[in-house]
Design a protein around this ligand. Sequence first.
Ligand SMILES: *Cc1c(COP(=O)(O)O)cnc(C)c1O
Length: 371
Amino acid sequence: MTNALDLAAPSVRKLAPYVPGKPLSELEREYGIRDSIKLASNENPLGPGTKARAAIAKSIDELGLYPDGSGFELKQALAKHHAVSAERITLGNGSNDLLVLLAEAFLTTEVEAVYSQYCFAIYPIVVQATGATARIATAFPESHAMALGHDLDAMGKLVNDKTRLVFVANPNNPTGTWVDTNALKHFISSLPSTTLVVVDEAYIQYALNDLAMDASKWIDEFPNLVVTRTFSKAYGLAGLRVGYALSSVEVASVLNRVRQPFNVNSLALVAALAALDDHEHLRRTAELNAKGMRQVLEGLKALNVCVYPSACNFVLVDCKHPAAEVNEALLRQGVIVRPVSGYELPTHVRITIGTEQENARMLMALRLALE
Ligand SMILES: *Cc1c(COP(=O)(O)O)cnc(C)c1O
């Protein structure tokens, strides 16, 4: 048979697959160790809240049936939560699904997309897969207060009449950086009506102290604004895969054309619905993260590393040493973090804030790894 790669679409042939955080089971299999910890994928150390757990348990009997393809109840609850009409909401199999749908719906080989250097790794992948031209804005330099963060002015300069999508992660992964609220609003208002701007708010629940306002409030004002949210991070439902987009009704109906009819599974639908109003779980999550962040920042001070400001549940750390070696030394001690060499940051690792115990163990392992 002909090599399958030769048969693949040219845009797909050049794609490098996304490299996820190493699963615990894989590490333990490979290294023959136990009791390892994972601080690699920005998951909530508390997991799902009690309300989501109860909703999932109650729905097991219905798994023989297809899910509600319209996600009616969850959309109604989200509409209420954001005080928008339900027609502005698109549900996704994780917010990653929405990024794919946006690219499929709006990008072709004839048009362009803009994102920043050091942005979330999925943007380059979804853009490349369509064959659209990617325009990559240089990020803020190391000397800037928001080092490695999105430079909205630089991004704006790359926008032209062929630009269909601009991706802004606020805050951004893997850098943890955020953009100024007024600057973001000005940026959005300066875009041509032929350019959609996707503001990815995957970490917004952690960032509320750092941001004056989130972009979900501007959906009415800007018809070309799309805000994506997820239940994977602060809500602790990463394994279920559910996220959503807020947009104009017109954009939502375009996304609905490319969406798989049952893209969100039934457990995800009921768990997200229950999680949305579990304020107690969100409060505990934010509190644990704030405490853990202080612990980790304090611990890292004692090491010869450089830490970037973060509004998220992780920190980006420049180890000033090849990250592959640091990572290997951590893995041998049963600690999984995320090297980010794929982002052209060869001496950096991204570390998720875990429980107090996990943070302490990571700090000790990192100290040994750097020695
Ligand atoms: C984790 C993450 C997402 C998406 O996660 P899903 O699990 O697909 O919802 C989106 N954007 C950023 C910046 C992320 O870090």
